[in-house]
Design a protein around this ligand. Structure first.
Ligand code: URA
Length: 201
């Protein structure tokens, strides 16, 4: 896989360099979006996980966040098929493409990565849906779309119509922490994904 190069965030570049020595077999580079560019559902996470996307090079692949996300995506798609509907194709990306220390990107790092998210949102066809996983991803999507946060507050299960033919859905992030604290589970995540998959303007 050809690796992306970016040196916009010194803190994230320094972490990548350190991790290359510690985990030479890991991807340790910006993690691009995965899935067809013209997919009708764009899922936006926070940032690569250390032993998940930062290892595999694909968003959400290889950690417990991804295990829950992919299980819920498959369940939601099966529910649509049961109703005779064709589920949308999905594309998965992150608000920040590089692993941040302690999974906490800084505001400047989110802003540095914004042009990628702007492009990915621009590639979403209409009708199409965006699903933001967690508050940081939700706010990154709002900033990328130049939307006012007070008009589109983050809430699990929220659904907005921020642009013609574009639905915006929000869920708690499927992180291991949120799973362990009971904030999110497969049923709750599947319900939001199913609503996003059934989006109609
Ligand atoms: N893996 C990702 O790619 N993104 C997240 O937000 C969490 C884990």
């Amino acid at each position: 896989m050809r690796k992306l190069r970016c040196a916009r965030c010194p803190r994230l570049v320094a972490l990548r360099r350190r991790l290359k020595r510690q985990y030479p077999d890991y991807h340790n580079a910006p993690v691009p979006a995965a899935g067809p560019r013209d997919a009708e559902l764009l899922i936006v996470g926070l940032a690569p996980g250390l032993h998940g996307a930062n290892r595999s090079g694909r968003p959400f692949e290889g950690d417990s966040s991804g295990d829950l996300l992919f299980a819920a995506l498959n369940d939601a798609a099966a529910r649509l098929r049961n109703d005779g509907l064709q589920p949308p194709r999905w594309r998965i990306t992150n608000a920040v493409k590089c692993l941040p220390p302690e999974n906490r990107p800084r505001a400047a790092e989110i802003a540095n990565c914004r042009p990628h998210l702007v492009r990915e949102i621009g590639e979403l066809p209409a009708p199409g849906a965006i699903l933001a996983l967690g508050r940081v991803a939700h706010e990154a999507v709002l900033a990328a779309m130049k939307l006012n946060g007070s008009e589109y507050p983050f809430a699990h299960g929220a659904r907005y119509d921020p642009a013609p033919g574009i639905g915006l859905f929000a869920s708690y992030h499927c992180s291991r922490y949120n799973q362990n604290t009971g904030r999110i589970d497969k049923k709750a995540l599947t319900a939001v994904i199913e609503a996003a998959m059934r989006y109609q303007p």
